[in-house]
Design a protein. Sequence first.
Length: 644
Amino acid sequence: MILRTLSVEGWRCFADRVTVGPLGERINVLFGPNGTGKSTLMGALVRGLLDNHAVGGKAVEAALRPWGRELNPRVEIEFEHDGQRYRIAKQFLKSQQSELSREEGDRFTRFAEGESADRKVREMLGASLPGRGLTDHRFWGWAQVLWAPQDGLALHELDQGIAGTLRAALGAQASDAGLDAVERRIKTRYDAVFTGTGKLRSGKDAPPIVALEKQLEDARRRCLELTEKVAAFETAGRRIEDLRHRRDQLALEETEVSTALESARARVAQYDKLRAERDTQQEAAKAARTQFEQLTQRTEQIAQARQELADAQKEQTRLEKDAPLLEKEVEHADTEVDRVRSHLTKLRGRRVEIDAADRRAKQARRFVENRRQATETEKLLTQITEAQAELDALNARRAALVAPDKVELQAVRMLVARKSETERELAAAMITVHITPETDTDWEILAGEATEPGPLTPGKPRAVQGSPIVELRLPGVASIRATGPQGASIEELRIRLAVTNEELDAVAERFQTQDLAALERLHDQAQELDRQAAEVRVRIETHLGDRMLDDLRRAQAVAAQVVDEIAAQQPGWKETPPDADQLDAEAQERRQAFIAHVEQAERDQDRAIETQSRLREKLAGHRAGCKAASQEVQAITRRLEELT
Protein backbone atom coordinates (compact mmCIF):
# COMPACT_ATOMS: atom_id res chain seq x y z
CA MET A 1 0.00 0.00 0.00
CA ILE A 2 1.36 3.44 -1.00
CA LEU A 3 -0.09 6.59 0.60
CA ARG A 4 -0.80 9.47 -1.82
CA THR A 5 -2.81 12.15 0.05
CA LEU A 6 -4.29 12.65 3.53
CA SER A 7 -7.01 15.25 4.31
CA VAL A 8 -8.61 15.96 7.71
CA GLU A 9 -11.14 18.50 9.01
CA GLY A 10 -12.89 18.95 12.35
CA TRP A 11 -10.17 16.68 13.80
CA ARG A 12 -8.61 17.62 17.18
CA CYS A 13 -6.33 20.64 16.43
CA PHE A 14 -7.52 20.91 12.78
CA ALA A 15 -10.86 22.73 12.67
CA ASP A 16 -10.68 23.60 8.96
CA ARG A 17 -9.70 21.24 6.15
CA VAL A 18 -5.97 20.44 5.94
CA THR A 19 -4.47 18.32 3.12
CA VAL A 20 -1.05 16.64 3.11
CA GLY A 21 0.17 15.63 -0.35
CA PRO A 22 0.43 14.63 -3.07
CA LEU A 23 3.16 12.35 -1.65
CA GLY A 24 5.89 10.77 -3.79
CA GLU A 25 6.97 7.13 -3.88
CA ARG A 26 10.27 7.94 -2.14
CA ILE A 27 10.72 9.16 1.45
CA ASN A 28 8.40 12.06 2.43
CA VAL A 29 9.21 14.15 5.54
CA LEU A 30 6.67 16.22 7.53
CA PHE A 31 8.47 18.52 9.98
CA GLY A 32 7.36 21.20 12.42
CA PRO A 33 7.50 22.23 16.12
CA ASN A 34 5.65 20.39 18.87
CA GLY A 35 1.90 20.94 18.93
CA THR A 36 1.45 21.54 15.19
CA GLY A 37 -0.49 18.29 14.63
CA LYS A 38 2.00 15.69 13.30
CA SER A 39 0.80 13.03 15.77
CA THR A 40 -2.82 14.04 15.00
CA LEU A 41 -2.22 13.26 11.31
CA MET A 42 -0.81 9.84 12.25
CA GLY A 43 -3.90 9.17 14.39
CA ALA A 44 -6.20 10.23 11.53
CA LEU A 45 -4.37 7.76 9.22
CA VAL A 46 -5.00 4.92 11.72
CA ARG A 47 -8.67 5.85 12.24
CA GLY A 48 -9.30 6.30 8.49
CA LEU A 49 -7.84 2.93 7.39
CA LEU A 50 -8.55 0.64 10.36
CA ASP A 51 -11.55 1.85 12.42
CA ASN A 52 -15.25 1.27 11.86
CA HIS A 53 -16.92 4.58 10.90
CA ALA A 54 -19.83 3.79 13.26
CA VAL A 55 -17.64 3.51 16.38
CA GLY A 56 -19.03 5.68 19.17
CA GLY A 57 -18.81 6.59 22.84
CA LYS A 58 -17.45 9.40 25.01
CA ALA A 59 -13.87 8.10 24.69
CA VAL A 60 -14.09 8.23 20.89
CA GLU A 61 -15.54 11.76 20.97
CA ALA A 62 -12.77 12.94 23.32
CA ALA A 63 -10.11 11.37 21.05
CA LEU A 64 -11.38 12.88 17.76
CA ARG A 65 -13.49 16.05 18.13
CA PRO A 66 -11.77 19.48 18.51
CA TRP A 67 -12.09 20.83 22.06
CA GLY A 68 -14.76 23.52 22.42
CA ARG A 69 -16.18 23.01 18.89
CA GLU A 70 -19.32 21.28 17.56
CA LEU A 71 -17.65 19.68 14.51
CA ASN A 72 -17.84 16.14 13.12
CA PRO A 73 -14.37 14.65 12.44
CA ARG A 74 -13.80 13.71 8.77
CA VAL A 75 -10.79 12.05 7.10
CA GLU A 76 -10.10 11.32 3.41
CA ILE A 77 -7.16 9.14 2.24
CA GLU A 78 -5.98 8.36 -1.30
CA PHE A 79 -3.69 5.31 -1.67
CA GLU A 80 -2.53 2.62 -4.09
CA HIS A 81 -2.89 -1.12 -3.47
CA ASP A 82 -1.86 -3.91 -5.88
CA GLY A 83 -1.42 -1.32 -8.66
CA GLN A 84 -4.97 0.09 -8.19
CA ARG A 85 -5.69 3.58 -6.78
CA TYR A 86 -8.41 3.99 -4.11
CA ARG A 87 -9.91 6.77 -1.98
CA ILE A 88 -11.57 6.14 1.42
CA ALA A 89 -13.65 8.95 3.02
CA LYS A 90 -15.05 8.58 6.56
CA GLN A 91 -17.05 10.82 8.92
CA PHE A 92 -17.32 9.93 12.63
CA LEU A 93 -19.63 10.78 15.59
CA LYS A 94 -22.71 12.37 13.92
CA SER A 95 -23.92 11.71 10.34
CA GLN A 96 -21.51 8.77 10.29
CA GLN A 97 -20.56 7.54 6.82
CA SER A 98 -17.87 5.62 4.99
CA GLU A 99 -17.33 5.48 1.22
CA LEU A 100 -14.60 3.66 -0.74
CA SER A 101 -13.98 4.81 -4.33
CA ARG A 102 -11.76 3.22 -6.98
CA GLU A 103 -10.02 5.04 -9.82
CA GLU A 104 -11.57 4.01 -13.12
CA GLY A 105 -10.24 5.86 -16.13
CA ASP A 106 -9.63 9.51 -15.23
CA ARG A 107 -11.96 9.71 -12.21
CA PHE A 108 -12.90 7.96 -8.96
CA THR A 109 -16.07 5.80 -8.98
CA ARG A 110 -17.90 4.61 -5.85
CA PHE A 111 -16.84 1.05 -5.03
CA ALA A 112 -18.21 0.25 -1.55
CA GLU A 113 -19.85 2.08 1.36
CA GLY A 114 -20.66 1.68 5.05
CA GLU A 115 -19.26 -1.30 6.92
CA SER A 116 -18.40 -3.02 3.62
CA ALA A 117 -16.01 -0.17 2.76
CA ASP A 118 -14.43 -0.36 6.27
CA ARG A 119 -13.94 -4.12 5.95
CA LYS A 120 -12.37 -4.03 2.46
CA VAL A 121 -9.74 -1.47 3.51
CA ARG A 122 -8.89 -3.52 6.63
CA GLU A 123 -8.53 -6.66 4.48
CA MET A 124 -5.96 -4.84 2.30
CA LEU A 125 -3.80 -4.42 5.44
CA GLY A 126 -4.66 -7.85 6.86
CA ALA A 127 -6.17 -6.06 9.88
CA SER A 128 -9.10 -7.13 12.08
CA LEU A 129 -11.84 -5.30 14.01
CA PRO A 130 -11.90 -5.26 17.85
CA GLY A 131 -15.08 -6.02 19.77
CA ARG A 132 -15.78 -2.34 20.45
CA GLY A 133 -14.01 1.01 20.73
CA LEU A 134 -11.02 2.29 18.75
CA THR A 135 -8.54 -0.11 17.13
CA ASP A 136 -5.19 -0.54 18.91
CA HIS A 137 -1.91 -1.92 17.50
CA ARG A 138 -2.91 -5.55 18.16
CA PHE A 139 -5.45 -5.36 15.29
CA TRP A 140 -3.36 -3.33 12.80
CA GLY A 141 -2.32 -6.27 10.60
CA TRP A 142 0.59 -5.34 8.34
CA ALA A 143 0.58 -1.84 9.86
CA GLN A 144 2.10 -3.45 12.99
CA VAL A 145 5.29 -3.90 10.95
CA LEU A 146 5.07 -0.94 8.55
CA TRP A 147 4.07 1.88 10.96
CA ALA A 148 6.11 3.23 13.89
CA PRO A 149 4.20 5.94 15.84
CA GLN A 150 6.16 8.32 18.05
CA ASP A 151 4.86 6.75 21.26
CA GLY A 152 5.09 3.15 20.02
CA LEU A 153 8.55 2.47 18.56
CA ALA A 154 8.77 -0.92 20.28
CA LEU A 155 7.63 -3.87 18.10
CA HIS A 156 5.10 -5.81 20.19
CA GLU A 157 3.89 -9.36 19.65
CA LEU A 158 2.69 -9.70 16.05
CA ASP A 159 -0.59 -11.14 14.84
CA GLN A 160 -0.19 -14.90 14.21
CA GLY A 161 -1.17 -14.59 10.55
CA ILE A 162 1.28 -11.72 9.93
CA ALA A 163 4.06 -13.52 11.81
CA GLY A 164 3.40 -16.72 9.86
CA THR A 165 3.51 -14.88 6.52
CA LEU A 166 6.79 -13.18 7.49
CA ARG A 167 8.31 -16.51 8.51
CA ALA A 168 7.21 -18.07 5.24
CA ALA A 169 8.69 -15.16 3.25
CA LEU A 170 11.99 -15.21 5.10
CA GLY A 171 12.29 -18.99 4.81
CA ALA A 172 15.06 -20.80 6.59
CA GLN A 173 16.79 -17.54 7.52
CA ALA A 174 14.18 -16.89 10.21
CA SER A 175 15.39 -19.93 12.18
CA ASP A 176 19.14 -19.66 11.50
CA ALA A 177 21.09 -19.93 14.78
CA GLY A 178 23.69 -17.42 13.60
CA LEU A 179 21.03 -14.80 12.92
CA ASP A 180 19.56 -15.38 16.40
CA ALA A 181 22.96 -14.66 17.90
CA VAL A 182 23.26 -11.44 15.89
CA GLU A 183 19.74 -10.39 16.95
CA ARG A 184 20.60 -11.06 20.59
CA ARG A 185 23.78 -8.98 20.32
CA ILE A 186 21.86 -6.13 18.64
CA LYS A 187 19.15 -6.29 21.32
CA THR A 188 21.80 -6.29 24.10
CA ARG A 189 23.48 -3.19 22.61
CA TYR A 190 20.07 -1.49 22.09
CA ASP A 191 18.85 -2.28 25.65
CA ALA A 192 22.08 -0.79 27.06
CA VAL A 193 21.11 2.60 25.62
CA PHE A 194 17.29 2.66 25.24
CA THR A 195 14.31 1.47 27.28
CA GLY A 196 11.57 -0.76 25.87
CA THR A 197 9.58 2.35 24.80
CA GLY A 198 12.49 3.83 22.80
CA LYS A 199 13.62 6.43 25.40
CA LEU A 200 17.22 6.94 26.63
CA ARG A 201 17.94 5.14 29.89
CA SER A 202 18.49 7.18 33.07
CA GLY A 203 19.94 6.63 36.53
CA LYS A 204 22.98 4.44 37.12
CA ASP A 205 22.38 2.55 33.84
CA ALA A 206 22.35 5.75 31.75
CA PRO A 207 24.64 5.65 28.64
CA PRO A 208 27.55 8.13 28.32
CA ILE A 209 25.54 10.31 25.91
CA VAL A 210 23.24 11.33 28.81
CA ALA A 211 26.17 12.71 30.84
CA LEU A 212 27.65 14.39 27.74
CA GLU A 213 24.31 16.08 26.97
CA LYS A 214 24.11 17.33 30.60
CA GLN A 215 27.67 18.69 30.38
CA LEU A 216 26.83 20.41 27.10
CA GLU A 217 23.70 21.99 28.64
CA ASP A 218 25.70 23.19 31.71
CA ALA A 219 28.37 24.69 29.42
CA ARG A 220 25.75 26.52 27.34
CA ARG A 221 24.09 27.91 30.49
CA ARG A 222 27.50 29.04 31.91
CA CYS A 223 28.38 30.71 28.58
CA LEU A 224 25.07 32.58 28.62
CA GLU A 225 25.65 33.78 32.23
CA LEU A 226 29.19 35.02 31.41
CA THR A 227 27.95 36.81 28.27
CA GLU A 228 25.33 38.64 30.34
CA LYS A 229 27.98 39.66 32.92
CA VAL A 230 30.28 41.06 30.18
CA ALA A 231 27.40 43.10 28.75
CA ALA A 232 26.53 44.43 32.25
CA PHE A 233 30.22 45.38 32.84
CA GLU A 234 30.38 47.34 29.57
CA THR A 235 27.10 49.15 30.40
CA ALA A 236 28.43 50.13 33.88
CA GLY A 237 31.68 51.51 32.35
CA ARG A 238 29.77 53.74 29.96
CA ARG A 239 27.55 54.94 32.86
CA ILE A 240 30.61 55.90 34.99
CA GLU A 241 32.10 57.95 32.13
CA ASP A 242 28.77 59.80 31.66
CA LEU A 243 28.60 60.63 35.39
CA ARG A 244 32.20 62.01 35.38
CA HIS A 245 31.33 64.48 32.59
CA ARG A 246 28.14 65.47 34.45
CA ARG A 247 30.14 66.22 37.66
CA ASP A 248 32.50 68.62 35.81
CA GLN A 249 29.56 70.47 34.25
CA LEU A 250 27.84 70.93 37.64
CA ALA A 251 31.03 72.40 39.15
CA LEU A 252 31.04 75.16 36.48
CA GLU A 253 27.36 75.88 37.07
CA GLU A 254 27.97 76.15 40.87
CA THR A 255 30.51 78.99 40.35
CA GLU A 256 28.10 80.98 38.16
CA VAL A 257 25.24 80.59 40.69
CA SER A 258 27.42 81.85 43.62
CA THR A 259 28.22 85.11 41.77
CA ALA A 260 24.56 85.71 40.93
CA LEU A 261 23.58 85.04 44.58
CA GLU A 262 25.81 87.88 45.95
CA SER A 263 24.31 90.38 43.50
CA ALA A 264 20.74 89.33 44.43
CA ARG A 265 21.38 89.81 48.19
CA ALA A 266 22.35 93.51 47.63
CA ARG A 267 19.19 94.16 45.65
CA VAL A 268 17.03 92.48 48.36
CA ALA A 269 18.30 94.94 51.04
CA GLN A 270 17.34 97.91 48.86
CA TYR A 271 13.92 96.34 48.17
CA ASP A 272 13.13 95.89 51.90
CA LYS A 273 13.80 99.61 52.59
CA LEU A 274 11.46 100.80 49.79
CA ARG A 275 8.68 98.42 50.91
CA ALA A 276 8.71 99.86 54.49
CA GLU A 277 8.15 103.39 53.13
CA ARG A 278 5.30 102.16 50.92
CA ASP A 279 3.52 100.45 53.89
CA THR A 280 3.45 103.73 55.90
CA GLN A 281 1.83 105.65 53.06
CA GLN A 282 -0.67 102.85 52.36
CA GLU A 283 -1.96 102.89 55.97
CA ALA A 284 -2.86 106.60 55.71
CA ALA A 285 -4.62 106.13 52.36
CA LYS A 286 -6.50 103.11 53.72
CA ALA A 287 -8.08 105.10 56.59
CA ALA A 288 -9.38 107.82 54.21
CA ARG A 289 -10.67 105.23 51.74
CA THR A 290 -12.54 103.34 54.49
CA GLN A 291 -14.46 106.42 55.55
CA PHE A 292 -15.39 107.23 51.93
CA GLU A 293 -16.48 103.65 51.20
CA GLN A 294 -18.73 103.54 54.27
CA LEU A 295 -20.68 106.62 53.15
CA THR A 296 -20.91 105.42 49.53
CA GLN A 297 -22.05 101.93 50.62
CA ARG A 298 -24.83 103.35 52.83
CA THR A 299 -26.17 105.44 49.89
CA GLU A 300 -26.09 102.38 47.54
CA GLN A 301 -27.82 100.18 50.14
CA ILE A 302 -30.71 102.65 50.43
CA ALA A 303 -31.25 102.71 46.64
CA GLN A 304 -30.93 98.90 46.44
CA ALA A 305 -33.41 98.39 49.29
CA ARG A 306 -35.99 100.60 47.55
CA GLN A 307 -35.60 98.57 44.31
CA GLU A 308 -35.78 95.25 46.15
CA LEU A 309 -38.96 96.38 47.93
CA ALA A 310 -40.64 97.22 44.60
CA ASP A 311 -39.58 93.84 43.09
CA ALA A 312 -40.72 91.87 46.14
CA GLN A 313 -44.13 93.56 46.13
CA LYS A 314 -44.53 92.80 42.42
CA GLU A 315 -43.57 89.09 42.93
CA GLN A 316 -45.98 88.81 45.88
CA THR A 317 -48.84 90.07 43.71
CA ARG A 318 -47.99 87.59 40.88
CA LEU A 319 -47.77 84.57 43.21
CA GLU A 320 -51.14 85.30 44.85
CA LYS A 321 -52.72 85.55 41.39
CA ASP A 322 -51.32 82.09 40.14
CA ALA A 323 -52.31 80.08 43.26
CA PRO A 324 -55.94 79.10 42.20
CA LEU A 325 -54.76 77.77 38.79
CA LEU A 326 -52.14 75.49 40.38
CA GLU A 327 -54.72 74.09 42.82
CA LYS A 328 -56.99 73.08 39.89
CA GLU A 329 -54.07 71.34 38.09
CA VAL A 330 -53.28 69.29 41.25
CA GLU A 331 -56.92 68.22 41.55
CA HIS A 332 -56.95 67.04 37.89
CA ALA A 333 -53.67 65.07 38.45
CA ASP A 334 -55.20 63.26 41.48
CA THR A 335 -58.19 62.18 39.35
CA GLU A 336 -55.87 60.85 36.57
CA VAL A 337 -53.80 58.79 39.07
CA ASP A 338 -56.96 57.09 40.39
CA ARG A 339 -58.04 56.24 36.82
CA VAL A 340 -54.75 54.63 35.67
CA ARG A 341 -54.46 52.67 38.94
CA SER A 342 -57.90 51.17 38.40
CA HIS A 343 -57.05 50.24 34.78
CA LEU A 344 -53.76 48.57 35.83
CA THR A 345 -55.56 46.49 38.49
CA LYS A 346 -58.04 45.17 35.89
CA LEU A 347 -55.19 44.24 33.48
CA ARG A 348 -53.26 42.34 36.16
CA GLY A 349 -56.39 40.29 36.87
CA ARG A 350 -55.98 38.64 33.44
CA ARG A 351 -52.69 36.96 34.51
CA VAL A 352 -54.58 33.78 35.50
CA GLU A 353 -55.74 33.27 31.89
CA ILE A 354 -52.20 33.82 30.56
CA ASP A 355 -50.70 31.33 33.04
CA ALA A 356 -53.34 28.73 32.07
CA ALA A 357 -52.44 29.12 28.38
CA ASP A 358 -48.73 28.70 29.24
CA ARG A 359 -49.44 25.53 31.23
CA ARG A 360 -51.49 24.09 28.35
CA ALA A 361 -48.70 24.83 25.83
CA LYS A 362 -46.06 23.24 28.09
CA GLN A 363 -48.31 20.22 28.66
CA ALA A 364 -48.78 19.86 24.88
CA ARG A 365 -45.01 20.08 24.36
CA ARG A 366 -44.43 17.42 27.03
CA PHE A 367 -47.14 15.18 25.50
CA VAL A 368 -45.67 15.40 21.97
CA GLU A 369 -42.06 14.87 23.08
CA ASN A 370 -42.85 11.89 25.32
CA ARG A 371 -45.06 10.36 22.61
CA ARG A 372 -42.23 10.74 20.08
CA GLN A 373 -39.73 9.35 22.57
CA ALA A 374 -41.96 6.37 23.33
CA THR A 375 -42.43 5.62 19.60
CA GLU A 376 -38.72 5.96 18.77
CA THR A 377 -37.66 3.89 21.78
CA GLU A 378 -40.18 1.17 20.89
CA LYS A 379 -38.80 1.08 17.33
CA LEU A 380 -35.22 0.91 18.68
CA LEU A 381 -36.14 -1.92 21.08
CA THR A 382 -37.68 -3.82 18.15
CA GLN A 383 -34.50 -3.40 16.10
CA ILE A 384 -32.34 -4.55 19.03
CA THR A 385 -34.59 -7.59 19.63
CA GLU A 386 -34.42 -8.57 15.96
CA ALA A 387 -30.62 -8.11 15.92
CA GLN A 388 -30.29 -10.18 19.10
CA ALA A 389 -32.35 -12.97 17.52
CA GLU A 390 -30.13 -12.83 14.44
CA LEU A 391 -27.02 -12.95 16.68
CA ASP A 392 -28.39 -15.98 18.60
CA ALA A 393 -29.03 -17.79 15.28
CA LEU A 394 -25.47 -17.03 14.08
CA ASN A 395 -24.00 -18.17 17.42
CA ALA A 396 -26.00 -21.41 17.18
CA ARG A 397 -24.75 -22.04 13.62
CA ARG A 398 -21.20 -21.26 14.74
CA ALA A 399 -21.45 -23.59 17.72
CA ALA A 400 -22.71 -26.38 15.45
CA LEU A 401 -19.91 -25.85 12.91
CA VAL A 402 -16.70 -27.72 13.80
CA ALA A 403 -13.98 -25.89 11.87
CA PRO A 404 -10.25 -25.41 12.38
CA ASP A 405 -8.84 -22.10 13.48
CA LYS A 406 -5.80 -20.45 11.89
CA VAL A 407 -3.28 -22.38 14.00
CA GLU A 408 -4.98 -25.75 13.40
CA LEU A 409 -5.34 -25.06 9.68
CA GLN A 410 -1.66 -24.15 9.46
CA ALA A 411 -0.82 -27.39 11.31
CA VAL A 412 -2.88 -29.39 8.78
CA ARG A 413 -1.08 -27.65 5.92
CA MET A 414 2.23 -28.65 7.50
CA LEU A 415 1.03 -32.28 7.92
CA VAL A 416 -0.06 -32.47 4.25
CA ALA A 417 3.23 -30.96 3.14
CA ARG A 418 5.16 -33.39 5.37
CA LYS A 419 3.21 -36.36 3.98
CA SER A 420 3.91 -35.29 0.38
CA GLU A 421 7.57 -34.70 1.21
CA THR A 422 7.87 -38.09 2.97
CA GLU A 423 6.19 -39.92 0.07
CA ARG A 424 8.50 -38.12 -2.37
CA GLU A 425 11.57 -39.05 -0.29
CA LEU A 426 10.30 -42.62 0.03
CA ALA A 427 9.78 -42.87 -3.73
CA ALA A 428 13.19 -41.32 -4.37
CA ALA A 429 14.92 -43.68 -1.93
CA MET A 430 13.44 -46.87 -3.49
CA ILE A 431 15.28 -48.84 -6.22
CA THR A 432 12.93 -50.63 -8.63
CA VAL A 433 14.00 -53.49 -10.95
CA HIS A 434 11.48 -54.33 -13.69
CA ILE A 435 11.54 -57.88 -15.27
CA THR A 436 9.47 -59.09 -18.24
CA PRO A 437 10.21 -62.89 -18.63
CA GLU A 438 10.08 -64.56 -22.06
CA THR A 439 9.70 -68.12 -20.69
CA ASP A 440 8.25 -69.72 -17.57
CA THR A 441 10.80 -69.50 -14.85
CA ASP A 442 11.14 -68.86 -11.16
CA TRP A 443 13.09 -66.24 -9.23
CA GLU A 444 14.70 -65.81 -5.85
CA ILE A 445 14.70 -62.39 -4.17
CA LEU A 446 17.86 -62.00 -2.06
CA ALA A 447 17.37 -58.33 -1.06
CA GLY A 448 14.17 -56.31 -1.55
CA GLU A 449 10.57 -57.32 -2.03
CA ALA A 450 8.32 -58.04 -5.00
CA THR A 451 5.38 -55.82 -5.75
CA GLU A 452 3.41 -58.96 -6.63
CA PRO A 453 4.51 -62.40 -5.26
CA GLY A 454 4.46 -65.60 -7.35
CA PRO A 455 6.38 -67.23 -10.21
CA LEU A 456 7.34 -65.42 -13.41
CA THR A 457 4.96 -65.73 -16.38
CA PRO A 458 6.02 -64.97 -19.98
CA GLY A 459 4.93 -61.49 -21.12
CA LYS A 460 3.82 -60.36 -17.65
CA PRO A 461 5.98 -57.54 -16.18
CA ARG A 462 7.11 -57.92 -12.58
CA ALA A 463 8.99 -55.52 -10.30
CA VAL A 464 11.19 -55.72 -7.18
CA GLN A 465 11.75 -52.70 -4.89
CA GLY A 466 14.24 -52.09 -2.13
CA SER A 467 16.80 -49.69 -0.68
CA PRO A 468 19.71 -49.21 -0.83
CA ILE A 469 20.19 -52.61 -2.61
CA VAL A 470 17.93 -54.83 -4.72
CA GLU A 471 19.36 -58.30 -5.39
CA LEU A 472 17.66 -61.33 -7.04
CA ARG A 473 18.63 -64.54 -8.86
CA LEU A 474 17.03 -66.19 -11.86
CA PRO A 475 18.03 -69.88 -11.61
CA GLY A 476 19.98 -70.93 -14.68
CA VAL A 477 19.76 -67.42 -16.14
CA ALA A 478 21.51 -64.72 -14.11
CA SER A 479 21.99 -62.97 -10.74
CA ILE A 480 20.92 -59.31 -10.71
CA ARG A 481 22.17 -56.70 -8.19
CA ALA A 482 21.05 -53.02 -8.29
CA THR A 483 22.40 -50.32 -5.90
CA GLY A 484 21.46 -46.70 -5.40
CA PRO A 485 22.66 -43.64 -3.45
CA GLN A 486 22.73 -43.81 0.32
CA GLY A 487 19.83 -41.78 1.81
CA ALA A 488 17.33 -41.82 4.62
CA SER A 489 16.34 -45.20 6.01
CA ILE A 490 13.27 -46.68 4.33
CA GLU A 491 11.96 -47.77 7.72
CA GLU A 492 12.38 -44.28 9.15
CA LEU A 493 10.52 -42.81 6.19
CA ARG A 494 7.76 -45.37 6.53
CA ILE A 495 7.47 -44.70 10.29
CA ARG A 496 7.37 -40.94 9.61
CA LEU A 497 4.69 -41.50 6.94
CA ALA A 498 2.68 -43.69 9.30
CA VAL A 499 2.86 -41.10 12.10
CA THR A 500 1.79 -38.37 9.67
CA ASN A 501 -1.14 -40.48 8.46
CA GLU A 502 -2.19 -41.12 12.09
CA GLU A 503 -2.18 -37.35 12.76
CA LEU A 504 -4.19 -36.73 9.58
CA ASP A 505 -6.62 -39.48 10.65
CA ALA A 506 -7.04 -37.63 13.97
CA VAL A 507 -7.83 -34.46 12.00
CA ALA A 508 -10.35 -36.37 9.89
CA GLU A 509 -11.92 -37.84 13.02
CA ARG A 510 -12.39 -34.35 14.51
CA PHE A 511 -13.46 -32.46 11.39
CA GLN A 512 -15.00 -35.40 9.40
CA THR A 513 -12.41 -34.86 6.64
CA GLN A 514 -8.69 -34.41 6.12
CA ASP A 515 -9.02 -32.78 2.72
CA LEU A 516 -7.17 -29.47 2.95
CA ALA A 517 -9.55 -27.65 0.57
CA ALA A 518 -12.58 -28.84 2.59
CA LEU A 519 -10.91 -27.78 5.86
CA GLU A 520 -10.14 -24.35 4.37
CA ARG A 521 -13.79 -24.03 3.31
CA LEU A 522 -14.86 -24.91 6.89
CA HIS A 523 -12.40 -22.33 8.24
CA ASP A 524 -13.76 -19.69 5.82
CA GLN A 525 -17.35 -20.56 6.82
CA ALA A 526 -16.45 -20.16 10.52
CA GLN A 527 -14.71 -16.84 9.85
CA GLU A 528 -17.71 -15.60 7.86
CA LEU A 529 -20.07 -16.58 10.71
CA ASP A 530 -17.76 -14.83 13.21
CA ARG A 531 -17.65 -11.74 10.99
CA GLN A 532 -21.43 -11.66 10.62
CA ALA A 533 -21.84 -12.11 14.39
CA ALA A 534 -19.35 -9.28 15.02
CA GLU A 535 -21.26 -7.01 12.63
CA VAL A 536 -24.53 -7.81 14.41
CA ARG A 537 -22.91 -7.12 17.81
CA VAL A 538 -21.60 -3.80 16.49
CA ARG A 539 -25.10 -3.00 15.22
CA ILE A 540 -26.58 -3.80 18.65
CA GLU A 541 -23.90 -1.69 20.39
CA THR A 542 -24.55 1.14 17.91
CA HIS A 543 -28.28 1.04 18.71
CA LEU A 544 -27.57 0.96 22.44
CA GLY A 545 -24.74 3.54 22.44
CA ASP A 546 -23.80 4.21 26.08
CA ARG A 547 -27.16 2.95 27.40
CA MET A 548 -28.27 -0.41 28.76
CA LEU A 549 -31.23 -2.36 27.35
CA ASP A 550 -33.09 -2.10 30.68
CA ASP A 551 -32.56 1.68 30.65
CA LEU A 552 -34.20 1.88 27.21
CA ARG A 553 -37.14 -0.19 28.39
CA ARG A 554 -37.58 1.95 31.51
CA ALA A 555 -37.34 5.13 29.41
CA GLN A 556 -40.01 3.78 27.02
CA ALA A 557 -42.27 2.86 29.92
CA VAL A 558 -41.84 6.27 31.60
CA ALA A 559 -42.58 8.12 28.34
CA ALA A 560 -45.68 5.97 27.72
CA GLN A 561 -46.91 6.60 31.28
CA VAL A 562 -46.50 10.38 30.84
CA VAL A 563 -48.47 10.20 27.57
CA ASP A 564 -51.28 8.27 29.27
CA GLU A 565 -51.43 10.69 32.22
CA ILE A 566 -51.68 13.74 29.94
CA ALA A 567 -54.20 11.99 27.66
CA ALA A 568 -56.39 11.36 30.71
CA GLN A 569 -56.45 15.13 31.31
CA GLN A 570 -56.77 16.01 27.59
CA PRO A 571 -58.81 13.13 25.99
CA GLY A 572 -58.89 14.71 22.54
CA TRP A 573 -55.08 14.71 22.23
CA LYS A 574 -54.86 10.91 22.10
CA GLU A 575 -56.64 10.76 18.73
CA THR A 576 -55.50 14.16 17.42
CA PRO A 577 -52.12 15.17 18.91
CA PRO A 578 -51.87 18.90 19.64
CA ASP A 579 -49.70 21.28 17.65
CA ALA A 580 -47.28 22.16 20.45
CA ASP A 581 -45.52 24.82 18.40
CA GLN A 582 -48.82 26.56 17.58
CA LEU A 583 -50.04 26.40 21.20
CA ASP A 584 -46.70 27.68 22.41
CA ALA A 585 -46.73 30.49 19.83
CA GLU A 586 -50.30 31.48 20.79
CA ALA A 587 -49.43 31.43 24.51
CA GLN A 588 -46.30 33.48 23.88
CA GLU A 589 -48.28 35.94 21.74
CA ARG A 590 -50.94 36.36 24.44
CA ARG A 591 -48.29 36.73 27.16
CA GLN A 592 -46.34 39.29 25.16
CA ALA A 593 -49.52 41.25 24.45
CA PHE A 594 -50.45 41.05 28.16
CA ILE A 595 -46.96 42.16 29.20
CA ALA A 596 -47.04 45.01 26.68
CA HIS A 597 -50.44 46.23 27.96
CA VAL A 598 -49.35 45.96 31.62
CA GLU A 599 -46.06 47.72 30.92
CA GLN A 600 -47.91 50.51 29.06
CA ALA A 601 -50.40 50.86 31.95
CA GLU A 602 -47.50 50.93 34.44
CA ARG A 603 -45.76 53.61 32.37
CA ASP A 604 -49.04 55.61 32.29
CA GLN A 605 -49.35 55.22 36.05
CA ASP A 606 -45.73 56.28 36.60
CA ARG A 607 -46.24 59.34 34.40
CA ALA A 608 -49.49 60.26 36.21
CA ILE A 609 -47.88 59.85 39.64
CA GLU A 610 -44.84 61.79 38.49
CA THR A 611 -47.10 64.61 37.20
CA GLN A 612 -49.11 64.53 40.45
CA SER A 613 -45.94 64.74 42.56
CA ARG A 614 -44.48 67.46 40.42
CA LEU A 615 -47.67 69.59 40.60
CA ARG A 616 -48.02 69.06 44.37
CA GLU A 617 -44.39 70.06 44.84
CA LYS A 618 -44.99 73.03 42.58
CA LEU A 619 -48.11 74.06 44.61
CA ALA A 620 -46.27 73.65 47.89
CA GLY A 621 -43.38 75.65 46.52
CA HIS A 622 -45.81 78.31 45.28
CA ARG A 623 -47.42 78.61 48.72
CA ALA A 624 -44.01 78.75 50.34
CA GLY A 625 -43.04 81.40 47.80
CA CYS A 626 -46.11 83.51 48.71
CA LYS A 627 -45.25 83.32 52.38
CA ALA A 628 -41.58 84.08 51.72
CA ALA A 629 -42.52 87.04 49.49
CA SER A 630 -44.69 88.53 52.27
CA GLN A 631 -41.91 88.04 54.81
CA GLU A 632 -39.37 89.53 52.42
CA VAL A 633 -41.54 92.70 51.88
CA GLN A 634 -41.74 93.17 55.64
CA ALA A 635 -38.00 92.62 56.12
CA ILE A 636 -37.02 95.01 53.31
CA THR A 637 -39.39 97.70 54.72
CA ARG A 638 -37.73 97.45 58.18
CA ARG A 639 -34.20 97.48 56.67
CA LEU A 640 -35.04 100.56 54.52
CA GLU A 641 -36.32 102.38 57.55
CA GLU A 642 -33.08 101.58 59.42
CA LEU A 643 -30.87 102.69 56.51
CA THR A 644 -32.81 105.95 56.03
